[in-house]
Design a binder for this molecule. Structure first.
Ligand SMILES: [Zn+2]
Ligand SMILES: [Zn+2]
Length: 139
């Protein structure tokens, strides 16, 4: 889970500059329950930070993801989505409107590892489901 003050500490600890733009990016991600794309964050902040670049949004998100403060979802090859909720959950994407929705699954997200599989441990799991959202299905 992203907390702005912890994010600032983390940026300091990796020697990254803590700028007002980076703080604004963290503030806009903190506590969000949607999955904003990099473009969405950029467009939301651009009016307040005219010199903001999309590269700053990406680099800030990458630093936060390295510290497991956010997740970067590769659910769609044409867009990068951010998720401030780092607890284990799966995702659904509507193939029509590209909306991303959290999906709590009742199957065990942790895979059973066979002794002879050559796998020692699993640190993270991504589960993506694709289909139609109810809005698109009814239109
Ligand atoms: Zn849809
Ligand atoms: Zn999510």
């Amino acid at each position: 889970m992203l907390k702005v003050d912890e994010g600032i500490k983390h940026l300091h600890s990796c020697g990254a500059k803590v700028t007002s733009q980076r703080i604004a990016i963290m503030k806009s991600l903190e506590g969000r329950d949607d999955h904003p794309s990099a473009e969405k964050i950029f467009l939301e902040l651009k009016p307040h930070y005219p010199t903001l670049s999309i590269a700053t949004v990406y680099s800030t998100a990458q630093l936060l993801a390295q510290a497991s403060m956010i997740r970067i979802l590769s659910i769609y090859e044409k867009k990068v989505f951010f998720d401030p909720d780092t607890t284990p959950h799966a995702h659904f994407m509507c193939t029509s409107c590209k909306k991303v929705i959290d999906l709590r699954t009742d199957f065990e997200l942790k895979a059973r590892i066979d002794l002879d599989s050559g796998i020692h441990s699993i640190d993270s799991t991504e589960v993506f489901h694709y289909g139609l959202c109810s809005l698109c299905a009814n239109s």
